[in-house]
Ligand binder design. Structure first.
Ligand code: G3I
Length: 377
């Protein structure tokens, strides 16, 4: 009060107004700063269940943007359905097309899960990747708990291929015919049922068999720990070259791309191009980026850039048909079960809220080839 009196009537009013203005400006600055830290990216604010621009952008770029899908939530959870069909152009069966689920008893086939997925894909104008034909995991007991003669096992593989690939013939864009043929960290072929019984030729044999049943499908070898080069990648390269020289119907290599945050290879494009130079497609087939716990906002933002980098890599590689993420949302991810202490690997969180990983993919797809962001985002 004393100060106001000394300054006089109108001066006091100006001083008060000035103080008020400074307070308002200060509050606005604080609010903007808080918003920058707390408010999600623009794409995260979009309703994730609507036909979002992610799917539209992928379509516009002629790129398959896929998601691995599980049967139960697809049947029971409308939000899960909306995330799948609203954001992606393609689906992979996460588990339901694997041996133990398709043929739990010899000659006893269960196609309820695969049918549900393929029908959903058709209804929503999505393409399908088939997963998987020969693998060491998720095989039924009747197949693993006894010895087989080579000819017998060839017959079993033939029957399974005719039943599964035959049922969806013409409806599958691609099949992971050979899954993880090399040891986890090594260049040696994996000691699995197929190798032990049929020898190395099981790979060519499975590809020929698949090609005879579904001649239109692109046939893949799908592998992990090859995305950054190294001895395992070299062994895969040798295998692919050899198969192609022999005229075996191999059309693509799947880089699974189960990455750890901070370790996405810088030379992903070069590694992919090594294989596309052979005349093969290279797809990113099982992308996720797991983060060691506790997970903070900064890591989630950086993960968004890693998703952007991977989609950008696919766009740069002429023969990369697409990128598939391995799960619709974090609570459906395989990561916490298989890598305890890591989490948050996917573009949608456990409440189906989109994360910067989704924005990162939008960002990559929005950039003009060789240029900056498109103006029509
Ligand atoms: O089927 C049983 C069910 O009967 C049981 O009630 C339930 C209880 O937990 O488990 C069910 O089995 C689970 C199975 O998925 C089917 O849902 C297993 O516990 C679970 O370990 C299994 O994990 C799958 C894993 O392959 C098996 O190796 C993951 O969901 C799936 O994402 C993962 O996918 C693989 C790709 O096929 C190949 N590349 C690696 C990728 C990640 O491992």
């Amino acid at each position: 009060m004393l100060v106001v009196r000394q300054r006089g009537g109108s001066g006091a009013l100006r001083w008060r107004l000035g103080g008020l203005a400074a307070l308002v400006v200060g509050l606005v600055v604080l609010a903007v700063a808080a918003a920058l830290v707390l408010v999600p990216w623009p794409d995260e604010q979009e309703h994730p269940h609507a036909e979002g621009n992610l799917r539209r952008l992928a379509d516009a770029r002629g790129m398959d943007l896929g998601v691995a899908v599980a049967v139960e939530p697809l049947a029971q959870d409308s939000t899960y359905q909306d995330v799948v069909s609203g954001n992606y152009t393609s689906m992979t069966a996460e588990n339901t097309m694997k041996w133990s689920l398709v043929q739990p008893e010899r000659g006893g086939f269960d196609f309820s899960g695969p049918d549900a997925l393929v029908d959903f894909a058709d209804e929503h104008g999505m393409s399908m990747r088939g997963h998987t034909l020969t693998w060491h995991n998720q095989l039924p007991g009747w197949l693993t708990e006894r010895e087989w003669q080579e000819e017998e096992l060839r017959q079993v593989l033939q029957e399974h291929t005719e039943a599964l690939l035959g049922r969806y013939q013409g409806r599958m864009q691609a099949w992971d015919v050979i899954n993880e043929p090399f040891e986890d960290d090594g260049p040696e072929l994996r000691e699995n049922l197929w190798l032990e019984t049929m020898g190395e030729d099981y790979i060519a044999h499975a590809l020929w068999t698949a090609n005879a049943v579904d001649p239109e499908a692109e046939l893949y070898i799908n592998e992990f720990n090859v995305e950054g080069g190294g001895a395992k990648s070299d062994a895969l390269y040798e295998l692919a070259s050899d198969l192609l020289e022999r005229g075996v119907p191999l059309h693509g290599i799947g880089f699974q791309s189960h990455f750890v945050h901070g370790r996405v290879p810088d030379d992903l494009v070069q590694q992919m191009e090594r294989f596309t130079d052979l005349g093969l497609d290279v797809a990113i087939t099982e992308l996720d980026v797991r983060i060691p716990e506790p997970v903070d906002r900064k890591q989630i933002e950086e993960q968004g850039q890693e998703y952007r980098q991977v989609v950008q890599a696919c766009l740069e590689v002429e023969r990369c048909p697409g990128v598939t993420v391995w799960g619709a949302a974090d609570h459906h991810s395989w990561v916490p079960e298989w890598f305890p202490g890591t989490a948050e690997a996917l573009p949608f969180d456990e409440h189906y809220v989109p994360k910067p990983a989704r924005s990162g993919m939008v960002d990559a797809l929005s950039r003009r080839p060789g240029g900056g962001p498109r103006s029509d985002r």
